[in-house]
Design a binder for this molecule. Sequence first.
Ligand SMILES: Cc1cc2nc3c(=O)[nH]c(=O)nc-3n(C[C@H](O)[C@H](O)[C@H](O)COP(=O)(O)OP(=O)(O)OC[C@H]3O[C@@H](n4cnc5c(N)ncnc54)[C@H](O)[C@@H]3O)c2cc1C
Length: 383
Amino acid sequence: MAKKGEMLYAWTNDAGLLKKAECGGAVTELLKYALESKTVDAVLAVTRGVDLYDAVPVLVTNPKDLDNCAGSLHCGTILLSKLVMEYAPKMSGKKLGMVVKGCDMMGLLELAKRKLVNLDNIVMIGVNCGGSVSPVAARKMIKEKFGVDPNTVTKEEIDKGQFIIEYEGGHKGISMDELEEAGFGRRSNCRRCKLKIPRQADLACGNWGVIGDKAGKATFVEVCSDKGAALLTKAVDAKKLSTEPANPKGVEIRAKVENAMYKLGDKWRKHDFEALAPNLWETIAKETGRCMKCMACIEHCPVCVTSADKYKQPDMMIRHGFIPADPMFHLRRFAHISDSCINCGQCEECCPSEIPLALFSHAIRTEADKFFEPKLGKSVYTN
Ligand SMILES: Cc1cc2nc3c(=O)[nH]c(=O)nc-3n(C[C@H](O)[C@H](O)[C@H](O)COP(=O)(O)OP(=O)(O)OC[C@H]3O[C@@H](n4cnc5c(N)ncnc54)[C@H](O)[C@@H]3O)c2cc1C
């Protein structure tokens, strides 16, 4: 019987799935078992679209279809939490399984605070996340830094601090530090992120800390809730998964990596925020001067649940009928989400004018945290 707080190595007993999965297939197997055992009615997962730079969300009800979702898409900058709201009316009273990175999980917690999702009906299988790379930036990076045609890449992975590609004719890895110093690498919001292991999910799964003969062949699972413990136990009893206690040295290594990622997050925050601070308002006014009011930042923000239509209504605070948008349009938006921006980066990712919206929003949130946390206490997650 698995218990909350336990750390294990887990792997699927399905040889076919093991080949397709990222590193052990425990995530896919757990979701499959959750469907088969009717623990959940559907699973919201991610599958490869037209190429490996394209991550597509899928709602799966047939366990066999989950095999198509196995593997990690590091250039898939998708956020699943707001999508849940689309399914929420159809899912009323039903149970949903989800794969969640730290940002997906924080998005769900924010929606739960607003009583828009019921977490009792969601099983969250968390995946550690060191960060993702924008699809457009990934293509440019592979062409310019790796000297490889991005269309010939068959596999990408992030391992031991390197971005590694396999392509027709070879494979190549370049350190993330080198890529990021050159302006490539992970999205800037991911660099600043400090939530790498999603412990508010039911299980937190990853590859950090898997060492010895299980390296690359097992998933490191930290049991974070009784719900997660029950699912894992039942999947093992049903002989879908095998487990063994995590190697203590592996546990130590995982903690060290997490700590190093934390420090890296702090380094990037200092770098980004200090550059912004002296001219914050001028920079915001200048950059948002390119806004064409497409409303994508509002549509995709997981914590802004006001409809974009509301922002189009005549309003005393925003002058309407202007392109670019009145700076108050963005300032009001930042104020609206300033206590709960989760730094998922979707606003920036979806902005056709490439305005660094996530940077502004995250800087404001972090500043507000510094002011309010000593008085009100830390937020439930460290973001
Ligand atoms: C962007 C990203 C970065 C990661 N970085 C780290 C890291 O630094 N350290 C670490 O220990 N682990 C990291 N992981 C987790 C790791 O890659 C594996 O997902 C995890 O170890 C589970 O392995 P598995 O074989 O059990 O997963 P699988 O059985 O292969 O299942 C993987 C699941 O991940 C989902 N998925 C794939 N891509 C995405 C995506 N972009 N967004 C949301 N869901 C997705 C799929 O739907 C699938 O259900 C990362 C994962 C992702 C997606």
